[in-house]
Write a protein that binds this ligand. Structure first.
Ligand code: AHG
Ligand code: MN
Ligand code: MN
Length: 344
């Protein structure tokens, strides 16, 4: 305990790796971590503060918004608004991109976030989280536009998340591996607890909402059946785990090995999860931890969203399984094309 490595110390030590010597990135990342500490405190006292329950509003996705989503969203926006290095913000809970007060002209960084991931779990006291992604724009000196956000995930300079679980963790990457920090509530600081996180090469967990099976396409059925059957020794001890909070499912699989799957299906033709706020940042983290992420056909980090709130099928986790899903996707699509030809 005499030499605890706090997140701020760690970022300062590694600063030269990401931002020359300006210190802008360090300030931005420490403010994001601060916002997540404040959200963690709100989450911890959610019941006491009467922030449970619904506001009755709906977000741009047409889903009901709970109060903690609003609190987390406003908190992140207000903290980032005052940072001169941030020019614009895109949030899952806000229809339009917001230009910041302080940095709208001169700020270099664009920040995206899902302020409260797993909002259906708030009322039942189950793990929720926050996901963020940082990009740099090509030109400064003018106002950012939504198009500045519509870039491949490989252009992110940093991404990460907080999980508000039995303890609060902050996990991030700048493209040089993944590090995890645990909030020490006594000190009020994130402390390095999981340096250089690597996804274990074993499939401990398969995470998928199986009640959607009635709507799945053949590749998803084939993939889930193959793993669940246990005919391959690699999957003998694989177990099903699904929290229903993306960031909690991905975090667990990162620690123990596994694959998360939210595919497109006959009902959700573009999938459910959002490219900018969920798929891109988590794909960046998972790839940096040695895993992979696909929509079936394309690497997630190569996908360019056509809208701030665009959705995508998301399969991520151990590289072998993500590649297997891709092969099954190809096979199913070739078969479909052959059937269509035969019918023509
Ligand atoms: P959000 O709370 O930000 O809207 O995200 C909810 C997402 C994600 O966290 C989770 O993996 C998924 O919805 C669960 O969806 P289903 O309930 O359809 O399984
Ligand atoms: Mn979410
Ligand atoms: Mn959300």
């Amino acid at each position: 305990m005499s030499d605890i490595m706090t997140l701020s110390r760690y970022i300062l030590q590694r600063k030269r790796n990401y931002d020359g010597a300006t210190g802008d990135f360090t300030i931005l990342l420490t403010h994001l971590a601060l916002a997540m500490k404040v959200v963690a405190r709100q989450v911890a006292k959610a019941g006491l503060l009467d922030v449970l329950g619904k506001t009755g509003d709906h977000n741009v996705q047409g889903e009901q918004v709970t109060k903690l989503d609003v609190i987390a969203n406003e908190l992140l926006i207000s903290l980032l608004n005052d940072l001169p290095m941030v020019c614009a913000i895109a949030s899952e809970e806000t229809d339009e991109m917001c230009l910041t007060h302080a940095g709208r002209l001169s700020g270099r960084y664009l920040v995206c976030f899902d302020p409260l991931d797993g909002s259906s779990n708030i009322d039942v006291n189950v793990t929720i989280g926050t996901i963020f992604s940082i990009r740099k724009r090509a030109e400064v000196g003018c106002e950012a536009t939504p198009e500045d956000f519509l870039k491949p995930g490989s252009e992110q300079v940093c991404a990460g998340y907080a999980v508000y679980g039995s303890s609060t963790m902050f996990v991030y990457t700048t493209g040089d591996g993944v590090d995890g920090f645990t909030l020490d509530p006594g000190v009020g600081e994130f402390v390095l607890s999981h340096p250089d996180m690597r996804i274990p090469d074993k499939v401990t967990c398969l995470s998928v909402n199986s009640t959607n099976r009635k709507n799945w396409y053949p590749e998803t059925c084939a993939f889930v059946d193959h793993i669940s059957s246990g005919s391959d020794p690699r999957y003998k001890s694989t177990s099903s785990r699904y929290v229903g909070t993306l960031v909690a499912d991905v975090h667990r699989n990162l620690l123990v090995g596994g694959v998360f799957c939210y595919p497109d299906d006959r009902k959700s033709r573009r999938g459910k999860l959002r490219i900018l706020y969920e798929a891109h940042p988590l794909a960046f983290v998972v790839e940096q931890a040695g895993g992979s992420a696909t929509d079936g056909n394309r690497r997630i980090l190569d996908i360019v969203p056509d809208d701030l709130h665009a959705r995508v099928p998301l399969i991520l986790g151990n590289t072998r399984e993500v590649e297997l899903y891709g092969e099954m996707w190809q096979r199913a699509h070739v078969a479909e094309a052959e059937n269509a030809d035969a019918r023509a």
